[in-house]
Design a protein. Sequence first.
Length: 136
Amino acid sequence: MGCGTETDTGLSPDDGPATSATGDQGRPLTVPEALAADPGSQVTVAGTIIQAGGELLLAELLAESFPPQAGGAVLVVVGVTIDDFAPVNTEGDTSWVDASQTLQGSIEGETLTVADLGTGSGSGSGSGGSNDTEGD
């Protein structure tokens, strides 16, 4: 399945949300843009990975608390685990990745089922588990 076989920015105003969606000039969607995509759409979306209480989320931003909390709009992420990202910071039952992550997958309501970790900064399949950070 190839994304962008037509043009990355060639959406017609009559078409509504695309079935394969990226932002302007082929950039990943923001979390709020992904939430607005048609159910079943294939999307490329960027945000911050955070896991709290066992639920993996892609957040629009991290709240400036310690440990951080998901801020803004959020997607529940399935198909990957926190261990698929590196480096991971952990405090108590909260784990997060400081760098923005780009994920590709299918959107269904508030859930993103990941098919690919994408190519954005910091994305990758790490084997590092978690890093406890001190003195941040």
